[in-house]
Design a protein around this ligand. Sequence first.
Ligand SMILES: NC(=O)c1ccc[n+]([C@@H]2O[C@H](COP(=O)([O-])OP(=O)(O)OC[C@H]3O[C@@H](n4cnc5c(N)ncnc54)[C@H](OP(=O)(O)O)[C@@H]3O)[C@@H](O)[C@H]2O)c1
Length: 277
Amino acid sequence: MEHGLTDPLGTRPRRRVVVTGAGGQLGRALAEAFAGDDVVAFAHSDWDVTHPAPPLGESADLVLHAAAWTDVDAAEADPQGAAAVNVGGTRNAAAIGAPLVYFSTDYVFDGAKRAPYVESDGANPLSAYGRSKYHGEGAVGAAGWIVRSSWLFAAWGTNFLRTMLRLGRERDEVAVVDDQRGSPTYVGHLAEATRELVELPFGIWHLAAAGDCTWADFAEAIFEEAGIDARVRRIPSSELARAAPRPHYSVLRSEKPEAPRLPHWREGLREALSRLP
Ligand SMILES: NC(=O)c1ccc[n+]([C@@H]2O[C@H](COP(=O)([O-])OP(=O)(O)OC[C@H]3O[C@@H](n4cnc5c(N)ncnc54)[C@H](OP(=O)(O)O)[C@@H]3O)[C@@H](O)[C@H]2O)c1
């Protein structure tokens, strides 16, 4: 295989794996999933990716680039700031010179389709964040995997799961958007799938949880699984008046038969709940 990471006899020495954004929800899960390797984890305070990488000492075998500007609404007011991190930062991560995994998003699509988006579908981002992530894909270079995933959640960090757990405990009723459909993806499952992916050829790969739902469905499942007695009031996106438009439909599937398959989002939800602090 062209990137030389395959080792069918299990004789490979530990790889030197750089993780960027290691303090974020996915970065933390990646550092866990690759713990059998020699992980060099850079949180934001260790390396601001808008600057060139700090000296690494020895060379790296693999870069897992999870650092990103992820505030979708704030990117509308500062598209250059978002691009500096998501495009410029990716260029700097690629300049390390090792094969790189770039994590992209379902928000590169406009949501006009009503069947799952596959790798060969054309991108048409609706938001400044989506555009910055799409242009970031172009900064990866030839030696890289572009992983598009969606609606990430973890037992840590800032995400919909943790917001719903807080709101559901505070209120009798929580208003949640019911006109956006996607696949909520547990970072632990995505990190495990990334381990499988780096044995496969470079290119674009859609890796998201099996199953799909709306945010309102997801909120109901969260309350049900967590035993929270709150109602979900289903609302249209227009009621939230957020700065950035989101696709109404952004379910991702892979058209590649060898693509790693992730468990169902509800399984991911149960696993995240079991790991809450
Ligand atoms: N969250 C989702 O629903 C979702 C969906 C699809 C794809 N993705 C992609 O998946 C990847 C991981 O996302 P995530 O959910 O783990 O996001 P996250 O929790 O926000 O983590 C991103 C990390 O990047 C760091 N960061 C921001 N600016 C940086 C900079 N200039 N230099 C270095 N680090 C910087 C952040 O640090 P601070 O917190 O200190 O700023 C944070 O620790 C991103 O590429 C994201 O675009 C996310």
